[in-house]
Ligand binder design. Structure first.
Ligand code: HEC
Length: 136
């Protein structure tokens, strides 16, 4: 799929086109299963530079929705971001900043758009270290 000249990864759309997902009960069952899985205890992290600056940015902008520990808020459908792989987080941050995530709230996209590339690197690095086992 192409939007604004940038290729958006559509591999998951191909998966969700499978007839299994025509039944919303199957989606709910799968989501329940995935939500119960343990978080990865050893995510890929970034280079570890600028974590303090990233923490300030995170606390200032992201905590309001994702929570201080990055665990998200189920009631408001804010996803857990703590302890995801650094490259994945970096990609999602770029994608949200470029309006390529349909569901991302405007508060988040506008905040991310205002950040420099190094700040987005540092944020992804910091968030990859947020978790139960790897405190920054
Ligand atoms: C106004 C509330 C809000 C704020 C503020 C916010 N987010 Fe989000 N964020 C969300 C919601 C809701 C989603 C899920 C929507 C979506 O899938 O795009 C999300 C999704 C994400 C994702 C994708 C998660 C995944 O597993 O794919 C990342 C990464 C993320 N946010 C990072 C951040 C960072 C970094 C900040 C601070 C600079 C931030 N968010 C600020 C509400 C917010």
């Amino acid at each position: 799929m192409f939007r604004s000249g940038v290729r958006v990864d559509d591999s998951m759309q191909a998966v969700t086109a499978h007839p299994t997902f025509a039944d919303p009960r199957n989606i709910a069952v799968l989501a329940t299963y995935l939500a119960a899985l343990e978080a990865n205890p050893t995510p890929v992290t970034g280079p570890g530079d600028h974590l303090r600056a990233a923490q300030e940015l995170y606390d200032h902008i992201c905590t309001a929705c994702h929570g201080p520990n990055g665990r998200g808020e189920e009631a408001n459908r804010v996803p857990r971001i703590a302890g995801q792989h650094y490259p994945y987080l970096r990609k999602q941050i770029e994608s949200a900043a470029g309006f390529h995530r349909d569901l991302a709230p405007p508060e988040m996209t506008s905040a991310l758009r205002g950040l420099r590339s190094e700040e987005k690197d540092a944020l992804a690095d910091y968030i990859s270290r947020l978790g139960d086992s790897k405190a920054p």
